[in-house]
Design a protein around this ligand. Structure first.
Ligand SMILES: [Zn+2]
Length: 221
């Protein structure tokens, strides 16, 4: 039987990537990264709950230095954008340098050491249009690198790469993935703020799928 590790932020994409492909890839370990992002506390809480729900091991990796070398609004005192969303500027404001490259390399170290065959992450079509580290090209290239940088040669899998947010919410509903546990907001509030880019994408996708009950659970009134 094969085994896999997943990058789990607790957001929509990583939650659904886990629920959708846990059995196929034998996912047994989740990594959540704390680089001082505003929502770190909530992401860790949500990821722990999701990992427990799926009965997999959960580890939190601290990367304090990453906060120091980035000016992204995800960690700094700058507010995360709530206007002109979907533009290059709004994407740059939340860009963390080489984030997925770094996270996947750390996961590859675990895979190499623990003998895991697959590394799963939640790259998807919508974010691939804005962020280069969410594309099929990136997935393919980094998977190739692990053929020479590790002994175990884990394959990098992005099960949602051809899907946008609306499709991803539909997959969640069709597969009874617990959307009530999701944490997609860039901000630190108890509930989803509803105005950051990530919240807007989630909200729109829930509306498109008649998921209003989740909106009342997840979002500030
Ligand atoms: Zn938000």
């Amino acid at each position: 039987m094969t085994k896999g590790i997943i990058l789990l932020s607790g957001g929509l994409d990583s939650l659904v990537a886990l629920g959708y492909s846990k059995d196929k890839y034998g996912i047994c370990l989740a990594l959540t990264f704390d680089y001082g992002q505003k929502s770190a506390h909530k992401e860790i809480e949500s990821s722990a709950e999701i990992s427990s729900y799926y009965g997999i091991e959960h580890r939190v990796i601290k990367l304090d230095w990453l906060r120091e070398i980035t000016k992204t609004a995800l960690v700094s005192d700058n507010a995360v954008p709530t206007e002109n969303l979907g533009t290059k500027e709004s994407a740059q404001a939340v860009w963390v340098p080489n984030r997925n490259g770094l996270f996947l390399n750390i996961a590859a170290a675990f895979a190499d050491s623990y003998g895991l065959d697959y590394i799963i992450f939640g790259a998807n079509k919508d974010e691939g249009a804005t962020f280069p580290d969410n594309t099929e090209e990136f997935r393919n290239q980094i998977s190739k690198v692990f053929e020479t940088s590790t002994l175990k040669k884990p394959k990098v899998i992005a099960p949602l790469i051809n899907y946008g947010k609306d499709d991803i919410v539909k997959i969640a509903m069709d597969n009874e993935i617990p959307l009530n546990m999701v944490r997609s907001c860039y901000n630190s509030g108890e509930k989803h703020c509803g105005v950051c880019e990530s919240c807007k994408h989630l909200k729109n996708a829930l509306i498109a799928n008649h998921g209003e009950k989740y909106i009342s659970i997840l979002f500030e009134k």
